[in-house]
Write a protein that binds this ligand. Structure first.
Ligand code: 13P
Ligand code: ZN
Length: 273
């Protein structure tokens, strides 16, 4: 079967196009990686070229040794993935130590994985460990309203979590552990990858101040849905602030009632007065 025709690749491409339509991916902004399951790789083994050279990934992720990832190319446009998958995305395999990768399909004409590959892999490493292998997706986008809020709200996880929860009743159910915030940092390197992956131990959503958002999910749908929910909430907050701010809201006790009813645990640190 051709790589483009298998289900996980089709699902991945759908997300890249849906995400483009959301307006979160100007030019080459944003990137998406999917840790491919063993049985999914089996179906396309014959299509993969394992003869390419290994390249260092600048971070060490031993628990991802020999894993395969589907990933967007650096400098590639989300909107173009659907038009020419083989040129804009690729499958890479991690080496036996978790320190190098090689391209086994796609990323034609010298293309490379996203410049945020270190952040993706370190986040995958943390999430694989704490979810017992369930988490498969790391997704970075340039969500307009979440970025806007990083110019106005204190860059504090407690404030961002509480404000986003208050803007839509279902938010605490969708991201009960809250959101993490990384202060402005130079993108594309090991330092921001380390900060992001530290926060991924606690959160599934990590906001990069003045830049964008990282979301983690077990499936492509869950990661995309999480990004969509957090960004929608941010959009409501931007509107509320533009209308002069809240006159009434959901209270801390309301959230406690919600948590009981929906059977989720909401950390008390976000339910301050
Ligand atoms: P890439 O084109 O290398 O994926 O970079 C886009 C981006 O959003 C960097 O943060
Ligand atoms: Zn970015």
């Amino acid at each position: 079967m051709k790589v483009e025709d298998v289900k996980f690749v089709k699902d991945y491409i759908k997300v890249t196009y849906d995400a483009w339509l959301k307006g979160w991916h100007e030019r080459n902004g944003g990137n998406l990686s999917y840790r491919i399951a063993e049985d999914e790789i089996k179906d396309i083994k014959g299509e993969l070229d394992e003869n390419s050279e290994f390249t260092p990934i600048e971070v060490s992720v031993p628990n991802l040794a020999n894993e395969y990832f589907l990933v967007t190319g650096s400098g590639k446009y989300m909107r173009n993935v659907i038009l020419d998958p083989e040129a804009n995305i690729g499958i890479v395999r991690i080496d036996g130590k978790g320190e190098k990768y090689k391209i086994v399909w796609g990323l034609l004409d010298g293309a490379r994985p996203t410049s945020e590959f270190a952040s993706h892999l370190m986040s995958h490493s943390v999430k694989k460990e704490i979810t017992g292998g369930k988490n498969r997706v790391i997704y970075h986008s340039h969500t307009t309203n979440l970025i806007a809020l990083t110019f106005v709200l204190p860059l504090d996880s407690k404030v961002f979590t509480r404000e986003l929860w208050e803007m839509a009743t279902e938010c605490p159910v969708v991201f009960p552990s809250g959101v993490g915030v990384v202060p402005w940092m130079v993108p594309g390197g090991k330092a921001i990858a380390e900060e992001t992956s530290k926060l991924m131990k606690e959160f599934d959503v990590v906001i990069w101040a003045h830049h964008g958002t990282f979301a983690a999910g077990d499936t492509l749908d869950l990661a995309f849905g999480l990004m969509d929910t957090a960004e929608k909430s941010a959009e409501i907050l931007v509107k509320v602030l533009s209308m002069g701010g809240k006159r009434q809201t959901i209270t801390a006790d309301n959230f406690r009632d919600l948590a009981k009813e929906f059977n989720v645990t909401l950390p008390e640190k976000f339910l301050y007065k």
